[in-house]
Ligand binder design. Structure first.
Ligand SMILES: CCCCCCCCCCCCC/C=C/C(=O)SCCNC(=O)CCNC(=O)[C@H](O)C(C)(C)COP(=O)(O)OP(=O)(O)OC[C@H]1O[C@@H](n2cnc3c(N)ncnc32)[C@H](O)[C@@H]1OP(=O)(O)O
Length: 663
């Protein structure tokens, strides 16, 4: 509000003072403007409206120049688009990212950008919200000059040089908005956006607003923009997306149950890293590290795997180099078939087959080969980090670094601390994650950590629903309509049914050829095992008949409640156990690692929006119907939160109080 008031007062003064011949608008400390303060959005917005004063800038009879350094995003770029000229530093980033916050650029962005750069380019920028470089902005035509020197000085010089020149063609509101074949264009774009948006309303509303720029005169288009913004501004999706924006930053300020924190633990410098194992995960991890400029030693002891792995890594790096317009020689990867090659690295990431005995041996060997202060990390997706640590001479230097496939693409990294992991080891892994562009979340050590632990009840419910009569398609359709890119069954098919089968075997749950539906004292569905054993895909009907199960009609409400609420319930247990520091950590893991739709904020945020009492009631209802399913038993924390009046999510920590490690 204070910035808006400052802009209004100063612009009015500058425009009306006859002694002022031209005006330059710049930001402080090398940043033009990151846009509206998102924290103001939840409340009643105070301070003056900006659009009228922005129009006063455009209609001024003296040149107004934006000097853009750092960022010009959202309302910041919209302000610049009202200026007559835009001079930009080469390192600046520009964009209209409102769609990522569940909004649209409502200070004229949807009406003015298409007039300046054409409808197709504006549609791309506004519906994706992507940031562009100054060079791309120049090419697209929404900045006038890109410079490497002092931007404000250059803008002042320029502003003085154009005093007295006609400003007619510089007023974007007066430009036409031509769009040949508009109907076909918008129909095609709308279809594409709907498909990509998976239920998010903001991208679709952005398209409607841009369409108004084509079909309506400027003033009416501006009014339509306001009306459409009003439908988004207080929406649940906007709240969820803005929660995600802040949560992504909250999780970087990690803490451990011991009290160790991000701001009191200093990471160790890391320049040279080793990756052990060149399977799918090892390849992706090697590429991610090399792309971030680290020197990587990739070790694989099996010759065929080494040949295939080396080729795959080289291909990926070659493509990355082409995209960046550099030679692939900038990437430093050395390959070796001997473990001794890791002797001088500062950090090792083990990515061998998911087998505890194999990993135990490897950690023992690494502990004797590596320097005493080398950090030893495991990419295991579920195994006990503390047990691996106990194989080494420095257990405090062992942490989990759980990547998600494909590791050079997926944004999530779970950094797993065991009870003995030193804060510095966690700080180093978190810092490395940040350096390679990951959203890193620090979590405690338990079976499956956070993400996979919560996936267990979710996947079991999906299978139980099929036992009871739902087809895999019905389950997947409900989950995909909710916003997941893939339902449980499609996801399992893609990642390989044998992956889960191997985990269940290791847990002693698989009894080949046996149909028993109770294992280890609880309900179990052997369908997945039977599929793997027999290689069959049309199994459920015959299976139900053999088991004497009577099929019933299952609707998408039940699919969602049973799959999602049981996953959420496990999330509450994770919070109770101190495995995750807060609900934001769980939510970012699900948004960045498991395809949870971002516009629904993550499972814990979703629970808070549905209403904790409703989640509790539904769990109680299903638990009565299925008393042999322990994961439907509502967690203590959920009950405690409901009996504390279901506080908003940012106040859950007060109810959780002192977290403790279960181990
Ligand atoms: C002068 C014009 C103002 C416009 C005012 C408009 C008033 C509203 C009426 C009209 C409505 C028009 C519609 C306009 C809507 C918008 O403008 S929505 C906002 C659009 N902008 C963004 O989405 C930018 C978001 N921020 C970023 O992308 C990045 O933060 C950055 C700016 C590129 C900087 O990145 P980096 O250097 O990596 O720092 P970070 O760690 O990300 O951020 C530092 C801290 O700043 C907080 N923060 C950043 N942006 C905002 C923001 N827009 N609002 C509130 N807070 C923000 C961020 O949370 C960090 O905080 P801490 O975690 O506490 O350190």
């Amino acid at each position: 509000a204070a910035v808006r008031q400052g802009i209004v007062d100063t612009v009015q003064k500058a425009v009306s003072d006859p002694q002022v011949k031209s005006v330059v608008i710049c930001g402080q400390n090398g940043i033009f403007c990151g846009g509206a303060d998102i924290k103001e959005f939840g409340k009643d917005i105070s301070g003056p409206p900006l659009v009228p004063v922005f129009h006063a800038i455009e209609s001024a009879d003296k040149p107004v120049v934006a000097a853009i350094e750092g960022s010009a995003l959202g309302g910041g770029l919209e302000l610049a688009l009202f200026c007559h000229y835009r001079i930009t530093h080469s390192k600046a980033r520009l964009g209209l990212p409102e769609v990522t916050l569940g909004l649209l650029p409502a200070a004229g962005g949807t009406q003015r950008l298409p007039r300046l750069i054409g409808v197709p380019a504006a549609l791309d920028l506004i519906t994706t919200g992507r940031h562009v470089t100054a060079a791309e902005a120049l090419k697209l035509g929404f900045v006038d000059q890109v410079i490497d020197q002092n931007t404000v000085e250059a803008a002042v010089k320029f502003a003085l040089s154009v005093v007295g020149q006609s400003l007619e063609s510089r007023r974007i509101s007066t430009l036409p908005c031509p769009c040949p074949d508009a109907d076909a264009l918008f129909e095609g774009v709308m279809q594409k956006v709907r498909q990509r948006a998976r239920g998010a309303i903001a991208p679709v509303t952005c398209v409607q607003a841009i369409q108004a720029a084509v079909t309506l005169p400027y003033a009416q288009g501006m009014q339509r923009e306001q009306e459409l913004m009003a439908t988004l501004f207080t929406s649940a999706q906007a709240r969820a997306l803005q929660y995600c924006f802040f949560s992504q930053r909250v999780v970087s300020r990690w803490s451990m149950p011991s009290g160790a924190r991000w701001d009191t633990s200093k990471p160790k410098p890391v320049t040279k890293v080793a990756v052990i194992g060149l399977g799918t995960m090892g390849r992706g991890i090697t590429v991610a590290l090399a792309q971030a400029g680290l020197s990587v030693v990739a070790v694989e002891t099996e010759q065929q795997q080494m040949i295939a792995g080396q080729r795959a890594v080289s291909d990926m790096l070659e493509r990355a180099a082409q995209r960046r317009g550099v030679s692939s020689a900038v990437y430093r990867v050395r390959y070796s078939m001997k473990l001794e090659a890791v002797a001088d690295v500062q950090l090792v990431i083990e990515a061998v087959f998911e087998d505890m005995v194999l990993k135990e041996q490897l950690f023992k060997q690494l502990s004797s080969i590596c320097k005493a202060d080398t950090l030893l990390c495991s990419n295991t997706s579920a195994l006990d980090i503390d047990h691996l640590a106990s194989q080494t001479r420095s257990p405090q230097l062992v942490v989990g670094m759980h990547f998600f496939a494909p590791a050079h693409v997926m944004k999530l990294l779970e950094v797993v601390h065991g009870p003995r992991s030193a804060p510095q080891a966690v700080a180093t892994a978190m810092e490395l994650g940040k350096r390679i562009g990951k959203v890193s979340v620090a979590v405690g050590n338990c079976r499956g950590f956070v993400g996979n632990r919560m996936l267990m009840p979710y996947s079991q419910e999906a299978l139980f629903l099929v036992e009871e009569g739902a087809s895999p398609e019905v389950v997947d359709r409900a989950l995909e309509e909710f916003g997941f890119p893939m339902g449980f069954f499609r996801m399992s098919d893609l990642s390989g049914l044998d992956v889960g089968w191997r985990v269940r075997k290791a847990d002693g749950l698989v009894k080949p050829g046996q149909m028993s539906r109770v294992r280890q004292g609880r309900r179990y569905c052997p369908l997945g095992d039977l599929l793997c054993e027999q290689g069959r895909f049309e199994l459920p009907r015959g299976y139900r008949a053999r088991q004497g199960l009577v099929s019933r009609r299952i609707d998408s409400k039940e699919v969602l409640e049973r799959c999602l609420y049981s996953l959420i319930n496990e999330g509450f247990r994770i919070l109770e156990d101190g495995i995750a520091a807060g609900p934001e950590d769980i939510d970012m893991i699900y948004v960045f690692g498991y395809g949870w739709p971002r516009h629904r904020g993550g499972p814990m945020f979703y629970a808070s929006q549905v209403g904790l009492d409703r989640v509790l009631q539904a769990l109680e209802h299903y638990q009565q119907l299925h008393p042999d399913v322990p994961h439907l038993q509502p967690s203590r924390l959920l009950r405690k939160l409901v009996s504390s009046g279901s506080p908003p999510i940012h106040r859950w920590k007060e109810v959780i109080k002192k977290p403790h490690s279960a181990l």
